[in-house]
Design a protein around this ligand. Structure first.
Ligand code: SAH
Length: 496
């Protein structure tokens, strides 16, 4: 049977797609229904028809799934952020556990029995709301020309006004309303993506959950270079908010979807905020704190994990997987501001961190100093470009026979070969050159931290074909209510 556009169908949802959509079958025909929950029987309207499948819009829930819950956010269907808010949290975790497993089998080519033997249950959150320490709000105008901020509706650039996202810190609302009031009172224009005109593009807010410190960075399109008009009024209002530590602007005059500009100017307070991450014992029930903790400075442009509570568990798990005894040399690739590197440095002989963003490398060096860590060194550059040079395979680019110059201009002597390599790449995974070089460096262990199970599976396959074996895998939920999925995996060299 074939469906036509605008047909109504009744379908029972049997699965969840990788973007969180409900999947069901009607007369052998596969239907993808956004916002329908596994276990629901729904009435849906066909919106797009393909040969063997169709996309349909949820019209009515005829029989709700036992896993269906009342979403706390009124905008959850329009907003692109939370794909899973109507699914109970336990089911969200089950979905992610399965997603990791299925990818390892399907893309990674691992035998299901092997995956089941080494995969531990996903570590869920105790409080699955208000967990994000970072928010980036676009600023625009509504149909009547009023200034609004909120979130983009799924797959569009239409702003849904909402200053109180339930995933974000409670302070976001007060900060955003303070900025909107300033804009209205001082006739500050919002950026218009179509015309490229208007001043304020985005508002970045970060909060150190342990320190309580708040950072606000306003991204402006300021070709004239006149800055924020009467900015002292804005600063005076924002600094009243308890915890306010850093107020800055970022200049972005480009017509691009990239949010932040490259340049940051601090208007008030400090250039960074700080946060503390504590080490947990992941082998003991309830993962108690070990008493060791590290403090980090975070600047607007640097990457920092968005869920600090779960990050403690993720990093502690990575530390457990690394199995350090105090003597090892560890390389931490894609190290950001050096968080994992410094965790490792406490239990290793020597740590090298490699990171592409120069400001993050600067932060990492300062973070080492701040925590009194002397056995960690940071190198700026693309992992795939500088790794071959760093491991002595390529001629050093500058500075003499066995000295290597990194992209930030620092010189480094010959580096020790790794016993353990940790990688934590962005969603696209590791570059093939990086993986090949890792294989030639032949560390005894590789700890892979991933925010995308598909590229994780792809990269683990390659590493296992190169002489490694998958020993442990575990999801750590960093992104409740969304389909995003964080995983840690341990590979050991099998001696080939
Ligand atoms: N391990 C860190 C950062 C992980 S995010 C943490 O837990 O905080 C991934 C990091 O990889 C980002 O900081 C990004 O800037 C960096 N990155 C992206 N591509 C890279 C590349 N080709 N080489 C090195 N670093 C890269």
């Amino acid at each position: 049977m074939e469906f036509r556009k605008n047909d109504y169908v009744t379908v029972t949802i049997e699965d969840i797609g990788s973007d969180g959509e409900g999947i069901g079958k009607a007369d052998g025909f596969t239907l993808f229904v956004k916002d329908a929950v596994i276990g629901d029987t729904v009435e849906a309207k066909i919106v797009k028809n393909k040969k063997n499948y169709a996309y349909a819009r949820l019209e009515r829930v005829l029989k709700p799934s036992p896993f269906r819950v009342e979403p706390g956010c009124a905008y959850h269907r329009q907003c692109g952020g939370c794909q899973l808010q109507a699914l109970s949290y336990e089911e969200q975790l089950r979905f992610k556990q399965k997603k990791i497993r299925d990818n390892l089998v399907r893309i990674g080519g691992f035998a299901p029995e092997q995956v089941d033997a080494c995969m531990e249950p996903i570590i869920g959150m105790e409080q699955p709301f208000r967990y994000r320490n970072k928010a980036q709000y676009p600023v625009g105008t509504d149909r009547d020309g009023g200034i609004v901020t909120g979130f983009y509706a799924g797959r569009t650039h239409t702003i849904i006004p909402n200053t109180d996202c339930l995933l974000g810190a409670g302070e976001n609302k007060e900060i955003l309303e303070c900025i909107l009031k300033y804009m209205r009172e001082n006739h500050v224009s919002a950026y218009n993506e179509v015309t490229g005109e208007g001043l304020l593009r985005h508002i970045l807010i970060r909060k150190g959950f342990a320190s309580g410190e708040l950072m606000v960075c306003l991204v402006i399109n300021d070709k004239r270079g006149s800055g924020l008009p009467r900015r002292e009024r804005l600063i005076a209002a924002l600094r009243q908010i308890p915890g306010m530590t850093s107020i800055s602007v970022s200049l972005n005059n480009e017509r691009t979807n990239v949010i932040m500009g490259r340049e940051i100017r601090t208007l008030w307070g400090s250039d960074t905020i700080s946060d503390t991450i504590r080490v947990r014992d992941m082998r003991a029930p309830g993962y108690p704190f070990t008493g060791r903790e590290l403090t980090f400075g975070i600047s607007p442009l640097s990457f920092y994990q968005v869920n600090p509570v779960q990050t403690e568990k993720l990093y502690s798990l990575a530390l457990d997987y690394a199995g350090l005894t105090g003597r090892e040399t560890v390389w931490d690739l894609y190290c950001g501001i050096g968080t994992i590197s410094l965790f490792m440095a406490c239990s290793a002989g020597k740590v090298y961190g490699v990171e592409i963003v120069p400001q993050a490398v600067e932060d990492a060096r300062r973070n080492a100093e701040r925590n009194g860590i002397k056995n960690a060194e940071f190198l700026a550059g693309k992992a795939e470009e500088i790794l071959p040079g760093l491991c002595g395979e390529e001629k050093p680019q500058a500075g003499g026979a066995d000295v290597f110059q990194d992209a930030a201009g620092s010189y480094h002597g010959p580096l020790e070969k790794p016993d353990v390599i940790v990688v934590d790449p962005p969603r696209k995974g590791c570059d093939a050159v990086c993986l090949d070089t890792m294989l030639r460096m032949a560390p005894s262990r590789i700890v892979y931290i991933s925010c995308d199970p598909t590229t994780l599976a792809r990269d683990l396959k390659l590493l296992c074909e190169g002489g490694y074996e998958l020993r442990r895998v575990r999801g750590v939920d960093q992104f409740a209510m969304t389909v995003h999925c964080e995983t840690a995996a341990l590979l050991e060299r099998t001696g080939q």
